[in-house]
Design a protein around this ligand. Structure first.
Ligand code: HEC
Length: 299
């Protein structure tokens, strides 16, 4: 009997700890990867976080003294917390959150706490409602991942892999204020660059873009080159000709040459936009590492 009790406690504490770790992961991961996942994948992360929060909440509710259970007062947070969680995922905030990782982290903290409260309250109000609540929360995230609640136009821009052709419209459409580097940022996400290149200083499959422009680059042959505009251009269009120390040769695809240069991209507007963006990430950016002036005159 006593043994059973101890086992139950260990199981509860274990569940709580695992839940808390999953929740914490879901919050911190935005600092490292929120630039490189797509919106649907990101919503699945919210779902994962809800599962973690739910585990913690179930463990907490189970350890509640019996006299505090099944209080009708819990019905209010049980109803309001999921709504608050939904508001925290409101699509119109996506772009802003993408630009402010710390705010995004706080947003995730909010989502996690809402999930925690919702499941806890549901479970404490009527024993057994915690699980249906958890299913509801995860269902909400799954629906968001499927594009529910995102307007069709936004969904296309946010969820699909836009093509160069689509972004060319952005460049061309008159009167549209798209600062070059913002376009470059968008392109580098759409083209998948940020899957390999992180912008925060951490090495990924490829070198980080933080403090790349204007900084000396160590090549595999032992020489050093400053990352000026011609170097960056060569590294992107002819990666087979640039081999950095510490990276496997030919790990960067050379397929971008056809997408960013050639007859159809004679002005190389997208390439310049990307390099302009890379420059915003460096504290040694200079005219030498920036795209040549005429193209940058879009500002
Ligand atoms: C599959 C992973 C991958 C993708 C996708 C990728 N890169 Fe790279 N990139 C690399 C690797 C690896 C290197 C180092 C190459 C070497 O040493 O041979 C590199 C090198 C570079 C460099 C030189 C960096 C330095 O520190 O000198 C630039 C600039 C660059 N990539 C830009 C881009 C851009 C722009 C895109 C998207 C249009 C892109 N990369 C997509 C993996 C990738």
């Amino acid at each position: 009997m006593k043994n059973n009790h101890t086992l139950r406690r260990i199981a509860l504490i274990g569940t709580g700890i695992v839940g808390a770790v999953i929740m914490g992961y879901g919050m911190l991961v935005v600092l490292y990867s929120h630039e490189m996942t797509t919106i649907p994948v990101h919503h699945l992360l919210h779902g994962g976080m809800a599962v973690g929060a739910g585990m913690l909440a179930m463990a907490l509710a189970a350890s509640l003294p019996p006299r505090n259970r099944e209080r009708s007062g819990w019905s209010i947070p049980a109803a309001l917390a999921p709504v608050a969680g939904l508001l925290l995922m409101w699509p119109s905030k996506y772009a802003y959150l993408m630009d402010h990782p710390w705010l995004h982290l706080l947003d995730h903290l909010g989502i996690a706490l809402c999930s925690l409260l919702a499941v806890f309250a549901a479970q404490a109000y009527v024993r057994g409602l915690g699980w249906p609540m958890l299913v509801l929360l995860v269902g909400m995230d799954a629906a968001a991942a499927g594009g529910f609640g995102v307007s069709p136009g936004n969904r296309e821009a946010l969820c699909s892999q836009p093509t160069i052709a689509a972004t060319e419209n952005t460049v061309a459409s008159p009167g549209q204020v798209t600062p070059l580097h913002m376009l470059g940022k968008q392109l580098s996400q759409n083209l998948g660059c940020t899957a390999c290149h992180r912008i925060g200083g951490i090495k990924g499959v490829g070198p980080t873009w933080k403090n790349l422009a204007g900084y000396p680059q160590k090549l595999a042959d032992g020489t050093t080159v400053v990352a000026d505009y011609p170097f960056l251009k060569k590294a992107i269009l002819y990666p087979e000709q640039v081999h950095l120390e510490g990276f496997p040769p030919n790990a960067m695809p050379n397929s971008y040459r056809a997408m960013l240069s050639g007859p159809q991209h004679a002005d190389e507007a997208e390439l310049k936009a990307i390099i302009s963006y890379i420059n915003t990430l460096s504290d040694r950016s200079s005219p030498a590492s920036q795209p040549p002036a005429p193209a940058a005159s879009g500002k």
